[in-house]
Design a protein around this ligand. Sequence first.
Ligand SMILES: [Zn+2]
Length: 470
Amino acid sequence: MLLSKNKTDYVFGHLQQHWVPDERVTDAFVIIEPGRPVPEDLQGKIVFQLSGQNQPVPVNVSFEEDDIPVLFPLSADASLYRLDEAGNLWFSHDYLSSAFYLLSGIQELTKENRDEYGRYCYAGSIQDVYKFVSKPVVNYYFEFLLRGFECFARFHHIEIKRRRLFANFGFLLSHDVDRVAFHHPRLMAYKMLQVLGLKSSTDSKSKIINQILLGLRHHLNPWSGNDPWWNFRWMMDLEKRLGIRSAFFFLHREQRYKNAWFRFSSPKIKGLISAMKKEEFEVGVHGTFKSATNGPSLQQQKAALGKVYGEEPLGIRQHYLLFSHPATFQVQEAAGLIYDSTLSFHDHDGYRNGYCYPFHPYDFEKDVPMRIWEIPLVMMEVSALQYRQLTYSEMRHNVTSYIQEAQKFGGLFSLLWHNCRLNDDEYAGISKFYEDLLKYIVEQDPMALTGISCINRAQKAIGRSVFSRF
Ligand SMILES: [Zn+2]
C-alpha cells in the first residue's frame, strides 16, 4: 500500500482537526518513498518515511502506560521519533500509512469476512486479530505526530498551537426507529409459531404466552395503555430532563420483511416527527436494506421523510449497520446527505476506523476524499448486549473506557440505543439501566449534541476544508 500524494494529504487534512498548521513546520516536511535514498545533509526537516509494506505488520509502541499497535512500523524501534543534531525530526514509524489504512476503511474492500447479510465483521478484522478495537489508535498516531512537531518546534523556537473538537468530550446519542409496536399482529403471529415450536426462541414458552395475552388485552381494551415500544414520549422527556437532545433515524417501509412496518405518512408517525422537530431532536434517515447500494431507493426514502419532517434530513444511519464500502457512501453522498453514522462493527462496540472524531471517507476509485462526513458510532446496544452478551455492568464499564478515550483527545463518544430495547417485560431492568447510564454519561460533563450540530462544529473548528492540505 503506497500512499499517493492525495492520500498523504488526506491524512494531513484530518490532522488539522488537532492543530493549527504552521508553515514553518509544514514547509519542513519531506516524504520519502520506500526504496528511495534519504537525501544527505538534511537540515531542519521533518522526515516521514513510507513503509511500502502491502499489509500491516503491527509493532507495539508504549505510550503513557498503554501499548499502541503501529500498523506500518519502520523497525523494531520502540521510540516514537527522534531529533538529530541538525535539527531534523525523524519519525520512527510510518504513522501516515497506519492512519490511512484505518481511516479510509481500506481493509473493507474485500468480499471476505462477511456475515449472511454481507456485513463486514469485527471477527476477522485487523482490530480483532491484534485486539485494539477499544482504542482510537488513529488519534494516538496523530498525537505522536504532534508530539514530534512540538519537539521540532522547541528546537527551532516555534510555538505549536493545538486544537480539540470538545473541551472535555462530545456525547452523541441516537436511536434507530425500526419497530414501533411490540403488540404488532405480525409479531404476535410469530410468537404463536414459537409457542407451537415452529420457530425457535431463546425465551421460555410461558414468557411468550404471557406476551401474547398482554397483546390480546392491548388490542381488545382501548384503555390498556401504550404499547411498550411506543415509548418515545418517555425517551424524549428523559433526555430533556438531562438537558440533552438526540437524533432519531426513521426506517422506511420497503418490500422486505425486515424493513419498517409503518409509514412516515401515517398520522401517528407524522405527529411523532413533528413533536421531535418542535422539541429540537434531530430526525434522520434510517436507510433500508436496499438503500445501502441503491441510489433511487435512498433518494425516495429521503424525500418521503423530508415531506413529513418539513425539511431535508441531513444525516443517515443504515439499518442493520448494513454497509458496503465505498458504494454506500457514494449512494449517500449522491442523495445529498451531509453525514452518515453507521460505522461501528455490528458485532462489536469500539472504533471501526480507529478514530473518535468525525472524518471523511476515501474514494479509492478516484483517489480523492469524499465530501460526506462519517460520525463514527462507538457503541450500539445490540452489539454489546446481544452479539457480545455483555452484562449491564460490563457494558457500563466499556462506556466508561470509551469516555476516557474521548476525553484524552477531546473527541466523541456516540451511543445508539433502539426504542425497542427498553421494554422491561422483555429485558428485565433495562429501562432503569438505560436511564442510569444516560445520567452517568451526563455527569461526566460532555457537550451533548445531535449529529448535524457535531458536523457544524467540526467544520467551524477548522474553518476550512480538510481537503486542502493546509
Ligand atoms: Zn435498524
